[in-house]
Design a protein around this ligand. Structure first.
Ligand code: SF4
Length: 166
């Protein structure tokens, strides 16, 4: 689907719709680059909706784009690979943070700097989905969302493909 068509499909969602971008991909742009124009088009299309996503494209020169998207209502979670990395990403202030946890993690925890890490409830309990939880859609949250490594596949159950509403 062309990016403009995808953005049009988002703009056509009813006001207030919670939707999740890119279950397995990342923000638009080649490699580590973020395509600012395409991201801005998506941010505009999302206005009035509650889109959220995750990115590994959080190198320094991209942070202003991520920060702007979060300020304008499209929630971009910065994805960390360790809780130490999660602290570093949180300190950028560019957006909310999520992190992969060891697969045997069963309880909420904290980072070395003392930030609270809340385990994605959909990885721990039946009957929880992003539609009922919504934690990852909250750009202003202070907690970090943690995904036990084994829970990632399960997390997919509660989501839909790019462009769909939850
Ligand atoms: S269910 Fe998990 S992935 Fe979905 S919004 Fe909640 S914490 Fe995020």
């Amino acid at each position: 689907m062309a990016w403009s068509d995808f953005c049009a499909s988002i703009a056509a969602l009813p006001e207030g719709t919670l939707w999740r971008h890119n279950q397995s991909g990342d923000l638009p742009g080649e490699g580590e680059r973020i395509d600012a124009g395409e991201l801005l088009a998506l941010v505009e299309a999302n206005k009035g909706r509650r889109g959220f996503t995750y990115t590994h494209k959080h190198r320094a020169e991209n942070l202003h784009l991520i920060r702007s998207a979060n300020a304008l209502g499209f929630t971009v979670n910065l994805s960390a690979n360790t809780i130490e990395h999660a602290d570093a990403l949180a300190e950028t202030g560019a957006g909310p943070v999520c992190v992969i946890l060891p697969q045997d993690t069963k309880a909420n925890t904290q980072t070395p700097a003392g930030r609270k890490v809340v385990i994605c409830p959909a990885t721990q309990r039946e009957g929880v989905s992003c539609a009922t939880c919504r934690l990852c859609s909250r750009a202003e949250r202070s907690c970090i969302v943690g995904f036990p490594a084994h829970g990632i596949a399960k997390r997919a159950v509660s989501t839909v493909a790019q462009g769909g509403a939850l």
